[in-house]
Write a protein that binds this ligand. Structure first.
Ligand code: NAG
Ligand code: NAG
Ligand code: NAG
Ligand code: NAG
Ligand code: NAG
Length: 413
């Protein structure tokens, strides 16, 4: 009896999946790209300029400099290291900048994508302000949205997550999250900010626990961010390879939730590029919160000889001040829940497409939501609406398939 019931379940799931157009739609995400191992740095653009967006006292170096001065490399464990220069002596001067790295993914990810990052070490220490975030770059900031997944400053002890948008996007009340909401209006300077409440999400404690994993789900129903310290990483993720599918429905409550009832995701977020950076201090726009170099913010977690962010950290040898100012990242994987809505692979044989991960045959035609280079930029409005209509179709067919399965069930038993 039990076996028959299981069989029926299976048949119904197949029927359900078949009716909705493909087998992967059932809360299952299929991989579309992996950034890992020796090829980790292949599909990113280096900023190659001073920090001209958050005005920290850093110069983000180009790829060649980052590689030759070992500010961006893959270590013996096969993990990507992205760090601040801690070997150059910097003397006091009216304007000082220390070398660091900011990289932006060449691919973009929109509604229907899931991004998972496995991190071993987050940059921390006084004056240090790292972030792993996403940015819609189709139109001027913040018109196409920004999502801060990992962000913190100085000696803060927990991670902070946020969305940044133009006016009209809010975090809904009682969103279903474990984190603590600090600000609900995503158009405020600090964004709709949620503080992590789980332990070991930042600094030395994070690293000592073996690091952890974050996941960002960009869905029509909302934007969701999960964090797990190493011992709590769900088995579906810790045992996954770069070809495994993931099922978000088994992950429990996210750390930060932004349901679509408070913010129309497709309206406020165009496809996003991934960004990894480390800036230092930053005192421009004193009215903005969250700046490592703002005296009151600096003093809240750092006690250094002159209480000056620049003088006590950036100036000098760089060591030990920046010995912990490095990312160590095992991998970043991107997934889609809607292979049917993903655009076809680029027609041109770009370096990007040749570096695409080896995927199961059924998914080789997938290619995230379009690459910005060289010729396959996807119109910002195209992908979300395509995803939306496919989702609407599949939920209708799913609803129809339920009575069908119930009817078959009644006939069988
Ligand atoms: C900031 O630097 C980037 C990267 O070099 C450049 O593309 C952009 O135009 C600069 N923005 C401003 C406002 O100078
Ligand atoms: C630090 O950088 C900011 C922004 O570029 C600049 O205004 C400030 O003068 C710099 N401080 C020093 C000491 O260089
Ligand atoms: C959300 O925004 C999209 C794109 O702007 C629009 O087509 C859709 O009607 C909006 N949905 C709601 C519920 O307002
Ligand atoms: C710089 O930082 C690295 C770790 O990020 C550390 O191994 C090294 O000892 C530090 N100091 C110098 C002078 O390289
Ligand atoms: C996927 O993982 C396998 C096994 O670890 C590895 O050989 C392969 O290079 C990976 N693919 C990519 C694109 O990194």
């Amino acid at each position: 009896m039990m076996r028959l019931a299981n069989l029926l379940d299976f048949v119904c799931i197949l029927l359900w999946a078949g009716l909705s157009g493909n087998l992967f739609i059932l809360a299952s995400y299929v991989p579309v790209r992996e950034y890992a191992g020796p090829n980790f740095f292949d599909a990113w653009t280096y900023w190659d300029n001073v920090d001209n967006t958050t005005w920290g006292n850093v110069t983000y170096v180009d790829r060649q400099t980052a590689t030759s001065s070992r500010l961006a490399y893959v270590n013996d464990a096969g993990n990507a290291i992205i760090k601040v220069d801690n070997t150059t002596l910097i003397s006091p001067a009216p304007l000082v900048n220390r070398n660091s790295v900011r990289i932006t993914s060449q691919d973009t990810y929109g509604v229907g994508n899931l991004i998972v990052i496995d991190v071993r070490h987050i940059p921390y220490g006084c004056s240090t302000w790292p972030s792993f975030w996403t940015l819609g770059t189709e139109i001027e900031w913040p018109n196409s949205g920004e999502i801060d997944i990992i962000e913190g400053i100085n000696m803060l002890t927990h991670n902070q997550m946020a969305l940044h948008t133009i006016g009209g996007c809010f975090q809904a009340a009682n969103p279903g999250q474990t984190g603590q909401t600090i600000e609900g209006d995503c158009s405020k300077p600090q964004g709709c900010l949620v503080a992590e409440t789980k332990p070991n999400s930042w600094g030395q404690a994070f690293a000592q626990a073996g690091g952890g994993v974050w996941a960002l789900q960009l869905d029509v129903s909302g934007i969701y961010i999960w964090f797990w310290s190493r011992p709590d990483v769900p088995p579906g993720i810790s045992s996954a390879t770069n070809t495994s599918t993931l099922d978000t429905t088994t992950w429990g409550m996210p750390s930060a939730s932004y349901p679509a009832s408070g913010c129309n995701i497709t309206q406020f977020f165009t496809p996003q590029q991934l960004v990894i950076d480390i800036t230092l201090c930053g005192v421009w726009l004193l009215s903005q919160t969250n700046r490592a170099g703002v005296p009151s913010i600096y003093a809240s977690t750092c006690q250094t000889p002159t209480m000056s962010c620049v003088a006590d950290n950036i100036i000098g040898s760089g060591s030990p001040a920046y010995d912990n100012a490095f990312w160590e990242i095992s991998w970043i994987r991107a997934y889609t829940n809607n292979p049917a809505a993903a655009p076809p692979p680029p027609q041109t044989t770009s370096s990007l497409s040749t570096q695409a991960p080896a995927l199961p045959t059924s998914t080789t035609t997938l290619f995230v939501t379009g690459s910005r280079e060289p010729t396959s930029v996807i119109e910002p409005t195209q992908t979300p609406s395509a995803a939306q209509s496919t989702n609407a179709f599949s939920s209708t067919t799913r609803l129809l398939s339920i009575p069908l399965c119930l009817a078959i069930g009644t006939l069988v038993f």
